[in-house]
Design a protein around this ligand. Structure first.
Ligand SMILES: NC(=O)c1ccc[n+]([C@@H]2O[C@H](COP(=O)([O-])OP(=O)(O)OC[C@H]3O[C@@H](n4cnc5c(N)ncnc54)[C@H](OP(=O)(O)O)[C@@H]3O)[C@@H](O)[C@H]2O)c1
Length: 165
């Protein structure tokens, strides 16, 4: 099974501020939907809180928490580690697992990921959650697709896919 990270970050590496994503790029949300639909998505408890504990449709959500009695809605899987989340995904017969954040869960996953789908947002914003630093030399860019800001998308943005060398 391939392990893929999917994230959007600003030029100063911000991914979140006060539990929200600090830009409006609906085309990136659509891209996220297209890439992850039909698959298992793995996220940290704070990211699940940030989407108001509402599972994203047409995907199976796995939430990672150290709290064994954290309540999740029916259909959502609660587990206590990234390794367990990946095992559950593999045992379900999935060919690719998507790790969707946030900062803490990305930091645990970068060392074991095969692919990173990163949307680069051309802005500098305030944040309190960041995409972890990683060694670019270990990754090869296999896709780069730039889009300009328009009336719906407030900044220029690029869809990049990196594959571990
Ligand atoms: N731009 C993007 O692409 C993107 C994507 C996703 C999220 N975000 C943003 O990222 C922010 C959230 O990121 P975050 O780093 O604060 O939180 P997070 O990674 O979503 O979740 C952190 C939580 O995961 C659990 N956890 C972490 N390490 C663990 C381990 N080793 N074993 C078991 N459980 C573990 C803990 O839950 P417990 O405290 O319950 O034990 C921890 O509090 C939000 O602002 C969100 O909007 C941005």
């Amino acid at each position: 099974m391939k392990i893929s990270i999917i994230a959007a970050r600003s030029e100063n590496n911000v991914i979140g501020f006060e539990g929200k994503i600090p830009w409006k790029i609906p085309s990136d949300l659509q891209y996220f939907k297209n890439v992850t639909e039909g698959h298992y998505i793995i996220m940290g408890r704070k990211t699940f809180d940030s989407i108001d504990k509402r599972p994203l449709p047409n995907r199976t959500s796995i939430v990672i928490s150290r709290n064994p009695i954290y309540e999740v809605p029916e259909g959502v899987i609660l587990t206590s580690s990234i390794e367990k989340a990946l095992r559950i995904t593999e045992e379900a017969g999935e060919k690719e697992a998507f790790i969707i954040g946030g900062q803490q869960i990305y930091a645990l996953s970068i060392p074991i990921a095969d692919f990173m789908y990163i949307t680069e947002i051309e802005c500098h914003v305030n944040g309190d959650a960041f995409f972890p630093e990683f060694d670019g030399k270990l990754w090869k860019e296999i896709k780069f697709e730039k889009h300009l800001a328009d009336e719906r998308n407030e900044y220029n943005y690029s869809f990049r896919v990196l594959k571990r060398r």
